[in-house]
Design a protein around this ligand. Structure first.
Ligand SMILES: Cc1cc2nc3c(=O)[nH]c(=O)nc-3n(C[C@H](O)[C@H](O)[C@H](O)COP(=O)(O)OP(=O)(O)OC[C@H]3O[C@@H](n4cnc5c(N)ncnc54)[C@H](O)[C@@H]3O)c2cc1C
Length: 164
């Protein structure tokens, strides 16, 4: 059980159910620290879950604001969701949105070694497409590959009401 989680009945604790959400979701919102301001950037992601350890992989251009911020402060928070479906009701408060979501925090590392980048990019593409792509040193030199070691995460599922 996660301390402080409201609507506890919606918490997802079964790791197999959480992995289903991670498989289905293709976009993650990465929150970064920009001095005393937040900065959030939507990105595609790949992930691995090994021995209870969740790791996210991102890729993008070799420069830009998110990389500058990660270099200054590698702490990130992330949020992702799938199965988003609005539903209606008889009165305003019966309207809502069903969803499955995962949120958590971690430490970002901008990978430097070509072999680490090749592995990260393959894991990214496997999650996004289901295909085992291989990369060479020349290809990965043109992109940045970011690994996020996830420290803690939680998941929620709000089903659609039966009569909605
Ligand atoms: C669904 C989706 C998936 C994406 N997947 C990836 C991905 O896998 N990899 C990747 O690198 N990028 C992805 N992007 C683009 C990403 O959101 C950023 O635009 C990009 O990574 C550049 O970020 P940056 O911090 O380097 O911004 P910079 O290019 O340095 O620009 C900084 C400024 O531009 C503005 N800005 C940056 N991004 C956006 C944006 N998305 N929308 C509006 N304003 C913006 C902000 O005001 C910011 O202050 C995706 C975007 C979307 C919507």
């Amino acid at each position: 059980m996660t301390p402080g989680l409201t609507r506890r009945e919606r918490e997802v604790t079964d790791i197999n159910e959480i992995l289903k959400i991670l498989n289905k979701t293709k976009i993650v919102h990465i929150a970064l620290v920009d001095g005393d301001e937040p900065y959030v950037v939507p990105m595609n992601y790949g992930y691995t879950y090994d021995n209870g350890k969740l790791t996210l992989y991102l890729h993008g251009a070799t420069e830009g604001k998110k990389l500058d911020l990660m270099r200054k402060n590698p702490k990130v928070f992330f949020s992702m969701e799938c199965d988003v479906e609005p539903f209606s009701g008889q009165v305003a408060c019966q309207y809502g949105t069903s969803y499955s979501s995962v949120m958590g925090k971690g430490i970002a590392e901008i990978l430097e070694k070509p072999e680490d980048k090749m592995k990260g990019l393959s894991l990214f593409m496997k999650s996004q497409t289901g295909i085992d792509f291989q990369f060479n040193e020349r290809l990965v030199s043109a992109v940045s590959v970011i690994k996020i070691d996830v420290i803690q995460f939680t998941a929620k599922h709000r089903p659609k009401p039966i009569n909605a």
